[in-house]
Write a protein that binds this ligand. Sequence first.
Ligand SMILES: *Cc1c(COP(=O)(O)O)cnc(C)c1O
Length: 463
Amino acid sequence: MKYISTRGEAPVLNFEEVLLAGLASDGGLYVPEELPTFSKDEIASWAGLEYNELAYKIIAPFVSDCVDADDLKKMIDETYAGFNHTAVAPLKELGTNEWVLELFHGPTLAFKDFALQLLGRLMDYALAKRNERLVIMGATSGDTGSAAIEGCRHSDHLDIFILHPYNRVSEVQRRQMTTILEDNVFNIALEGNFDDCQQMVKDSFANQEFLNGMKLGAVNSINWARIMSQIVYYFSASLALGGPHREVSFSVPTGNFGDIFAGYLAKQMGLPIKQLVVATNRNDILHRVISGNDMSKGTLEHTLSPSMDIMVSSNFERLLFDVYGRNGAEISDLMDRFKSESVQLDGPRWEKVRELFDSLAVDDETTVAVIKQVEAETGYLLDPHTAIGVKAGRECNRDPSVPMITLATAHPVKFPEPVVQAGLESPQLPSHMTDLFEREERLEVLANDLPTVQSYIAGHVHK
Ligand SMILES: *Cc1c(COP(=O)(O)O)cnc(C)c1O
């Protein structure tokens, strides 16, 4: 399969090249030149497959010219064998036609494990073939960092440096990163905030001379392989509830538009999906675009659902590319203008976005109220991101006869504050993690200064 950039100027690449490149050289994001599609009969024939077997069916067409079939099977099997639930992504019923899809049974208790556990293996595989090494550098406000570290810790060809804001991530999130002691894992606690971390990563990607010839790789959600891995659970959820002969709807807590974009792709590939609901917190640029054609940055708000505290949703560009008839020049122009001003989509393009998505923005107060209400109704404890999804699923539901499935993106133990605010008992760590608070930690506290960070990295990479 060939991959093209949303801005139309970067070279066409194959899967392996896209995997290692991250962002396209024209500033765009890579997408498949053509999506594989599956007939209803073919999808129906997958009922009863194990999660890993289903994942193979869906992922293979995207990678088959670069990854040997048996090797791919093995990597997928290993990835999902590491999850702590036999169903991998189990569904739980909240009420009539109301479900949550639990995506938090991976090693770091958030949905990012689905993609990053596989991404680390795929990168290692590609680098081994090429006899190359890569330096992964990323910034995190919590979930991405721990999932990326878990995904890369066993890799022979990667060093990973993750920057988090010193003293500004929750203790569970910090320990999930800093208790990984493999010698290719480096946790940098930066004396600054998340934006400082991100700026440092951006500046380092823009000029990689400090690495003396080594190259940087990205594991953030602009990496196509992440999106690809997330398509699978939309199919597994549908099949579990009678699809493809019956439609289902999804409500997705969203920050960077990665997870929900995977749902859009599932639909394009033939899965009968009735509604896709975009659920945001107060950082509501996506809701403002979808509901009012207002694509403007606003200011960053710190909320009780920090993994969705994002001002600009990078993956939205991938959707716009489709909506604008895959015209790279138009996207390039639109994104250029968006850098410095608010933009509006052309009327018909905006209509198209509205046909595809419904949306809602949910504030902290409502998030806490929903956690409390759902616990009272059902005894089920939601994490704050998932609570936003459940709320949006309820408000935006256009057909109560169709199952509405909210993606449960994290285990509530990762975000105890809103649970406590709801007057509920603080959630417990799952049994396989109860010793997290006793494990040895390793991290490096560094000043908020680019040369300091870069010389630390250059001094620690394995050549
Ligand atoms: C990353 C994350 C999200 C947002 O996912 P996107 O792909 O950025 O839309 C939602 N919830 C949790 C718990 C996350 O970690």
